[in-house]
Design a protein around this ligand. Structure first.
Ligand code: HEC
Ligand code: HEC
Ligand code: HEC
Ligand code: HEC
Ligand code: HEC
Ligand code: HEC
Ligand code: HEC
Ligand code: HEC
Ligand code: HEC
Ligand code: HEC
Length: 304
């Protein structure tokens, strides 16, 4: 990384005519210029290069070779700190000089006992700019002490380099959610129709809500028929969102409702209803108020 700009400066110094006192000796200049460029090297960490690592770590080198990183990070024009093995494990010359070994040369091992922020930093130096990743540090997973490598396997794994595909990956830690998806009514995640990732960003976001995008907007991507805009909105839907009435994961009740009796759900907010409504025939609220998500015809959410 340091060499490129210095070399560029040297070239400029050579091409731009010297402004006076010291006339440059063109033939020797490159050799002389190389010295200042080499000066910072004793302080800078030493990099050994991929071939050196592969010589002792055949298994890891071959597992790594089949991953997208192998191609992307091999380019010899990359600065050493961003090239091949040492882009993730850190400078390895000291490790090599001592003949390798556990704990030798202070490499990044990504072991579970390493601080999560440190483990993630090794990845974020390249990935922090990704649209899905720039909120990672403020997201629920980072705040709960997860690192990239709690979900990703860098020497192989299911695309994109995951320890397991979702939902199994997620169920490994979220047992209560797994139980929800086993209920009779559920979004067909286990059946492969949709995925946790359709609703959640596994990398987290800065807002407290675990959803991708604004809550209802995420649902409208698939349930566009409910989106509106309506002339007569149902304020309960607009202000409280879909999850006030539906469990997005699973439920024993039809339509993923959070209550078995629809009337019960309505009464939670509508403590007062017209006097007629005490009659048993009024118990099935949505048989008359059919447009429970909003109406263009009737302020009472009745379409007839
Ligand atoms: C993109 C980041 C990345 C690159 C590049 C990478 N590794 Fe790894 N490596 C890891 C991670 C993370 C682990 C921890 C286990 C896992 O996720 O598979 C690991 C594990 C290892 C281990 C085992 C460490 C232990 O504690 O047992 C060795 C050895 C290793 N890598 C060597 C290499 C070599 C050699 C290369 C280059 C050929 C390489 N790695 C390239 C991220 C990387
Ligand atoms: C001379 C052989 C040799 C070379 C060269 C070598 N290693 Fe190692 N390395 C070892 C041995 C031996 C271990 C200990 C393995 C064990 O105990 O499982 C080790 C361990 C590691 C570990 C785990 C470290 C730990 O503290 O647990 C990583 C990561 C690693 N090497 C990466 C690299 C990388 C990256 C390079 C290239 C810069 C490299 N090694 C070059 C021999 C070597
Ligand atoms: C030196 C820069 C660099 C580092 C460090 C790095 N990556 Fe990457 N990563 C890349 C690039 C570039 C790609 C794109 C590869 C491609 O698609 O060709 C990539 C791709 C990926 C992918 C997508 C793979 C796929 O199948 O599409 C994942 C997941 C990923 N990186 C995770 C990680 C994790 C986790 C770490 C830390 C252990 C890490 N990366 C470290 C540069 C880096
Ligand atoms: C809770 C598990 C989890 C954690 C932690 C995690 N990821 Fe991911 N990552 C995933 C899943 C699942 C996908 C697949 C997303 C998809 O299919 O849309 C993914 C996809 C990716 C991709 C592919 C491109 C993309 O944006 O969809 C990259 C790159 C990536 N992760 C990098 C990282 C890095 C870097 C970190 C740490 C800063 C990290 N991930 C932490 C689960 C995780
Ligand atoms: C290694 C364990 C682990 C894995 C794997 C994991 N999570 Fe998490 N997740 C956590 C922890 C810990 C929290 C913090 C809150 C908690 O304890 O529920 C969390 C929080 C969340 C939250 C926010 C919860 C809230 O209370 O706001 C969502 C949403 C979430 N995870 C979804 C996922 C999805 C989707 C996946 C799979 C792509 C996944 N998680 C994989 C451990 C994990
Ligand atoms: C149809 C969209 C959708 C799908 C699919 C989905 N979720 Fe959720 N999830 C949500 C919504 C919406 C919330 C917020 C619930 C709330 O605010 O009460 C949520 C909340 C969560 C929470 C926080 C705790 C809780 O119960 O509120 C976790 C953890 C979670 N989801 C994990 C997962 C996992 C793991 C999967 C896949 C197995 C998954 N979700 C699939 C929409 C979804
Ligand atoms: C005030 C409670 C409430 C809110 C909030 C709510 N729903 Fe509903 N939803 C219901 C009821 C009640 C039913 C069952 C209607 C019936 O019995 O015919 C239903 C049915 C559904 C159905 C299946 C029937 C159909 O119309 O396609 C879907 C899909 C649905 N809701 C999605 C959503 C989405 C998406 C949101 C957020 C924009 C949402 N709901 C918000 C109460 C609500
Ligand atoms: C990726 C697409 C997708 C997203 C996002 C999505 N859903 Fe669904 N939803 C479906 C599918 C597919 C069904 C199953 C329809 C069927 O079986 O006929 C369904 C069914 C439902 C049902 C039950 C409908 C019935 O008639 O019983 C409700 C309620 C529902 N979704 C609410 C939501 C809510 C609330 C959200 C946002 C938190 C959401 N959905 C996000 C695809 C999605
Ligand atoms: C989360 C609270 C909430 C739930 C649950 C809820 N509503 Fe509402 N609903 C409101 C609010 C707020 C209004 C706006 C008028 C008001 O303040 O009473 C409204 C308005 C209405 C209206 C329009 C008439 C009016 O008073 O303006 C009808 C009809 C209605 N709701 C029926 C239902 C039915 C039927 C259910 C059950 C499926 C239901 N609501 C569930 C909050 C809710
Ligand atoms: C048989 C059809 C029918 C059923 C079933 C029904 N309603 Fe109504 N509802 C109406 C009619 C008609 C009106 C407006 C006339 C009135 O004031 O009586 C109304 C008015 C309302 C209003 C007030 C609207 C306003 O303008 O202030 C609310 C709130 C309401 N219903 C909630 C419910 C709830 C909750 C249930 C289920 C327990 C329910 N309704 C069942 C027909 C019905």
């Amino acid at each position: 990384m340091i060499r490129v700009p210095l070399l560029a400066l040297c070239l400029i110094a050579l091409t731009v005519p010297a402004a006076g006192d010291e006339p440059a000796k063109p033939a020797e200049a490159p050799a002389e210029a190389a010295k200042p460029a080499a000066a910072p090297e004793p302080e800078s960490p030493g990099y050994a290069g991929e071939e050196m690592c592969a010589a002792c770590h055949e298994a890891q080198a071959s597992s790594y070779a089949s991953t997208p990183h192998a191609r992307a990070l091999a380019d010899p024009s990359r600065p050493e700190p961003l090239r091949a093995c040492e882009a993730c494990h850190g400078p390895g010359q000291a490790h090599v000089d001592e003949g390798g070994g556990k704990g030798v040369g202070n490499l990044e091992t990504f072991a579970a006992n390493r601080p999560a922020a440190t483990r993630s930093a090794a990845c974020l130096k390249c990935h922090a700019g990704g649209a899905e990743l720039h909120d990672f540090k403020r997201g629920d997973h980072a705040r709960a002490g997860l690192a990239c490598t709690d979900c990703h396997r860098l020497h192989g794994g299911d695309a994109p380099l995951l320890a397991k595909p979702a939902p199994q990956l997620c169920y490994g830690c979220h047992l209560e959610i797994r139980a929800k998806f086993a209920l009779t009514e559920h979004h067909k995640v286990n059946e492969g129709v949709l995925s946790c990732i359709d609703c959640h960003n596994p990398h987290g976001r800065s807002t407290p809500s675990p959803m991708r995008g604004s809550d209802n907007v995420r649902c409208f991507r698939c349930h566009g028929d409910i989106e509106g805009p309506y002339v007569f909105e149902h304020a309960g839907v607009v202000t409280e969102g879909c999850v006030r009435c539906h469990d997005p994961h699973g439920s024993v009740n039809r339509h993923l409702l959070v209550r078995q009796q629809v009337a019960q759900l309505c009464y939670e907010c509508h403590t007062v209803t017209p006097a007629t409504h005490v009659q048993p025939s009024f118990r099935d609220c949505t048989s008359c108020h059919v447009a429970v998500h909003g109406s263009n015809i009737d302020p009472r959410l009745m379409e007839r």
